[in-house]
Design a protein around this ligand. Structure first.
Ligand SMILES: Cc1cc2nc3c(=O)[nH]c(=O)nc-3n(C[C@H](O)[C@H](O)[C@H](O)COP(=O)(O)OP(=O)(O)OC[C@H]3O[C@@H](n4cnc5c(N)ncnc54)[C@H](O)[C@@H]3O)c2cc1C
Length: 502
């Protein structure tokens, strides 16, 4: 007997995109929020720097945010979506404040703002100094716990989208008891986050396996711009460490941090005379990569020693403490840093209301490609993208709610095997291949080799269908890796964070 659940709306993902969608939907709607791990895990909780937003309606400042976003994205952005992003920012920040989010404030009650790479003015709002994501998500979880129309299921992973031709009807979930649950819904929202788990070093947690993107791809939904993987220039470098890498926020450069090579020489003027350390991430990551190559080293340094200990402990409490625990007092010592995978600019293609190419299926947050980031994301625009487009998805669904009813579906006969295989070797190889051949600088022959190596695993995995989180995470990782490789091969020129040597 198959277990069946039905909701008006099903949301996959408990990060900012998923939770803010849930909170923005009408409270008369019955919502199922499925999260494959604990709600506290995921990139939203790790965000440090903040949310970029012009809170007051000031046309010239909003226009400047728009231009900065396009410039960082190498003008490959969707102009309509980008306009919406910057214009609707203020409305959603006000909404977050009214929900109970505590942004950092000045003594007079105004919001504190800071500067980050690629921004021409101080428009980044933050919370808890450099612990924005954790603070915002904690306040939103409080609001979520008060909503009786939202059922939250932690440790329940969606594995497939149920669809009839091009119409989404629900998802199949592995529940906590390791059983199949068929979750039907009038509208399905994918908010499953990024892909950092396919690289050896990423600021993301390993659970970021691109699940939503892979599920959508299997269902025939359009996936776009996957070659634009953003590498953050300043992951905290620890020799031989792999996995989740601690991030040294862009805001450290925003407050005057200087990049120096292994010899202690400042180098950014060679790469971007005008913006120096505050150039967008693609420019800085590529500059560091070059500098490491030229100095036979695997890291460079970030120097913020000209700021006082008092300033640094207040402005960057988390970074100060983390570095100290690793033997670096950032008020006296240079911080060792190196680029690491950080953010996926591409994803499931959507229109400006978050609709995908499949009827009734929406995507939002890092798994979506609204087009606002173009070829490279401007710092602190991704939390903003989560709230603006989650708000628009909710608005559309709220308007359509009177059409909702019981879903008639003939459930597919999925044939699963139940094995305990953990596929660890394959996951290790995916991360090795992606980090070696599909990193900051890309070459045709490397991409072809990566494709050959990973296709072998994909074909083997496709032959079996194991009912387990291990299996689905592994096949999802290899699926998104191959999409990235194919789209990177298709784009022959260098633009934004896609750098082709040949
Ligand atoms: C260290 C770090 C610092 C950052 N700093 C900033 C910043 O200062 N400003 C900024 O704008 N951006 C920042 N970013 C980027 C930003 O945090 C993310 O892009 C954003 O939070 C993504 O939100 P999301 O809701 O899409 O995904 P996430 O917050 O990653 O949430 C994804 C959710 O989906 C769930 N999930 C995944 N697969 C499944 C499945 N199969 N079934 C059910 N659930 C599933 C996960 O469990 C998780 O709950 C940072 C990112 C990192 C990693």
């Amino acid at each position: 007997m198959k277990e069946i659940k039905q909701f008006d709306v099903v949301i996959l993902g408990g990060g900012l995109a998923g939770v803010y969608t849930a909170l923005s939907l009408d409270s008369s709607l019955h919502i199922g929020l499925f999260i494959k791990d604990k709600i506290e895990r995921g990139s939203s909780n790790l965000a440090q720097g903040g949310i970029a937003a012009e809170v007051e309606w000031d046309e010239s400042r909003i226009e400047e945010h728009y231009e900065d976003t396009l410039r960082a994205g190498a003008y490959l952005n969707n102009p309509e979506a980008t306009k919406i992003l910057v214009e609707e920012a203020g409305k959603h920040i006000q909404n977050l404040l009214s929900i109970g989010v505590h942004f950092d404030k000045n003594e007079d009650g105004s919001l504190v703002t800071t500067l980050e790479g690629g921004h021409r003015s101080r428009r980044i709002l933050h919370a808890g100094g450099d612990d924005t994501g954790a603070h915002v998500m904690r306040d939103l979880r409080d609001a979520l716990s008060k909503r009786t129309n939202i059922d939250v299921y932690e440790d329940e992973m969606a594995i497939e989208i149920l669809h009839n031709e091009n119409k989404a009807l629900g998802v199949i979930v592995i529940n906590q008891q390791n059983e199949e649950v068929y979750v039907l819904a009038n509208r399905i929202v994918l908010a499953t986050g990024g892909i950092g788990g396919i690289y050896k070093k990423s600021t993301n947690e390993k659970i970021a396996c691109g699940d939503g993107i892979a599920m959508a791809a299997r269902a025939g939904v359009t996936i776009k711009n996957m070659e634009f993987v953003q590498f953050h220039p300043t992951g905290f470098y620890v020799e031989d460490q792999i996995g989740k890498t601690f991030l040294i926020s862009e805001a450290v450069r925003g407050e005057g941090g200087i990049l120096r090579n292994i010899e202690g020489v400042r180098f950014m003027e060679k790469y971007d005379k005008e913006r120096l350390e505050l150039a967008p991430r693609d420019v800085v990551s590529q500059a560091i990569h070059r500098e490491m190559f030229d100095t036979w080293s695997d890291h460079v340094f970030l120097d913020i020693t000209h700021k006082s200990k008092d300033f640094l402990t207040k402005r960057f409490p988390t970074i100060y403490q983390h570095c100290l625990e690793n033997g670096i007092d950032i008020s006296k010592d240079y911080i060792p840093v190196a680029p690491v995978e950080h953010f996926l600019c591409g994803g499931i293609g959507t229109d400006v209301n978050g609709k995908t190419s499949m009827e009734n299926l929406y995507a939002v947050g890092e798994c979506a490609n609204t087009g606002v980031h173009g070829a490279n994301r401007l710092a602190s625009n991704s939390l903003l993208e989560c709230i603006v487009f989650a708000g628009r998805i909710a608005e559309v669904i709220n308007k359509e709610k009177n059409q909702f009813g019981k879903i008639d579906v003939v459930l597919p006969d999925m044939v699963f095997t139940h094995k305990k295989y953990n596929f660890k070797d394959i996951r290790v190889e995916i991360r090795d291949v992606m980090s070696k051949y599909v990193f900051i600088v890309r070459k045709e022959e490397d991409l072809m080799l990566a494709k050959k190596l990973l296709t072998k695993h994909y074909n083997n995995l496709k032959k079996i269908q194991v009912f387990s989180r291990y299996y689905y995470e592994t096949i999802n990782m290899v699926t998104v890796a191959l999409i990235i490789i194919d789209q990177a091969l298709a784009r022959k020129d260098s633009i934004g964070c896609h750098f082709r040597l040949n």
